[in-house]
Design a binder for this molecule. Structure first.
Ligand SMILES: NC(=O)c1ccc[n+]([C@@H]2O[C@H](COP(=O)([O-])OP(=O)(O)OC[C@H]3O[C@@H](n4cnc5c(N)ncnc54)[C@H](OP(=O)(O)O)[C@@H]3O)[C@@H](O)[C@H]2O)c1
Length: 326
């Protein structure tokens, strides 16, 4: 089968399209014929962390497709249309793993014609979504769901701030927070991304360099942050006393200065999150289905253009997700 693999190098220079053996299902596993596979920044971080001695591996964590074969004990019928949950070996929200195990490096991932996964890691594709939309969903939407609801405890009527709305997780968080009845403010360095966010239902979109406090008008109950050091101080300063900040990424750097006085006097909750459990994946799909949430797909590429798609992801110009179609 054709696949996008990485090996024997560091970074994007090690990415190539290759013919590799198609996988077979073991006990409790299914093989999914991939109809579409979504890209994530994780794919870039991983190739940057691999070296000359690392064996070739098929990239990709997100996918949607049709079950082509089921191994012994796998109770999913061939022909079922599914989305793949890339969070491996994590069933319940409270059983937080040391580091979440994620499909795609070290095991073979979704940027291929076929992928093998545990049967418990596939779920029926929401009927209102096309293949590219469904493939854009799993990793980022699961992360956004856990950040907003399990960790952030979002309640209807609260004011949520999403810094850096260009991120895939943030665009899902926008749709889900609106579906949950929140007021949503976003920031972006790009006026165009601000405009797109307002089109998608954001109540307020402000420039990253603006005075956030003045522009926001009212204090924030919950911040979902993945930008990191560039804006962390301002995220804290706009929270109401007793507000919550959920951190899930550090795009601009992980080291921040924090005033413990500001935190304890104003009784701020700082919460970390990463990926999510199978239970949350199911709840996320229920929310997406109930509110007919549609992922924002920026662009699709044929599988053979995988290296070009990854280079476009690295450029950071997209609003929403990039998707490969075998
Ligand atoms: N923990 C998890 O499970 C998990 C899962 C998924 C993603 N993540 C993390 O979430 C983050 C988001 O990933 P992503 O791929 O969706 O987006 P990304 O490309 O890493 O960027 C996120 C956003 O940060 C903003 N930004 C970047 N540089 C900035 C700067 N100097 N000043 C202000 N804002 C800046 C940009 O927003 P604008 O362009 O709108 O300004 C950008 O769209 C990453 O750090 C990723 O590792 C974590």
């Amino acid at each position: 089968m054709t696949a996008v693999v990485h090996g024997n190098a560091t970074g994007l220079t090690g990415v190539r399209v290759a013919e590799v053996p198609a996988p077979r299902p073991g006990p409790g596993e299914v093989v999914v014929a991939v109809r579409a596979a979504g890209l994530n920044h994780r794919d870039l971080f991983l190739v940057d962390g691999r070296g000359a001695d690392d064996a070739p591996v098929v990239l990709g964590s997100d996918g949607a497709g049709v079950v082509a074969a089921a191994g012994p004990g796998a109770e999913v019928a061939p022909g079922t249309e599914v989305v793949v949950n890339p969070s491996l070996d994590w069933d319940e929200p409270g059983d937080v793993p040391e580091v979440p195990a994620i499909l795609g490096v070290p095991t073979d991932g979704t940027f291929a014609e076929y992928v093998v996964v545990p049967a418990k890691n596939v779920a029926p594709k929401p009927a209102h979504l096309g293949w590219t939309e469904a493939a854009a969903l799993p990793l980022a939407a699961l992360t956004a769901y856990r950040a907003l609801f399990t960790r952030g405890g979002l309640r209807p009527g609260e004011h949520v701030l999403l810094p850096g709305i260009g991120s895939g997780v943030a665009t899902f968080a926008l749709a889900m927070a609106k579906a949950a009845g929140a007021t949503v403010s976003v920031t972006s360095r790009s006026p165009e991304k601000c405009r797109r966010a307002l089109e998608l239902g954001a109540d307020r979109a402000i420039g990253s360099a603006e005075d956030w406090r003045g522009a926001l008008g009212k204090p924030v109950d919950l911040v979902i942050d993945s930008v990191g050091s560039a804006t962390f101080g301002r995220c804290l300063s706009v929270l109401r006393p007793g507000g919550r900040l959920v951190s899930l990424g550090a795009t601009t750097g992980a080291a921040v200065t924090l005033s413990l006085r500001e935190m304890f006097f104003r009784q701020i909750s700082l919460l970390g999150t990463s990926m999510g459990s199978a239970r949350e994946f199911g709840r996320m799909l229920d929310l997406v289905t109930e509110h007919r949430i549609r992922p924002v797909v920026h662009r699709t590429f044929p599988l053979e253009d995988g290296p070009r798609a990854l280079a476009e992801l690295a450029s950071g110009d997209q609003f929403g997700k990039l998707v490969l179609t075998p």
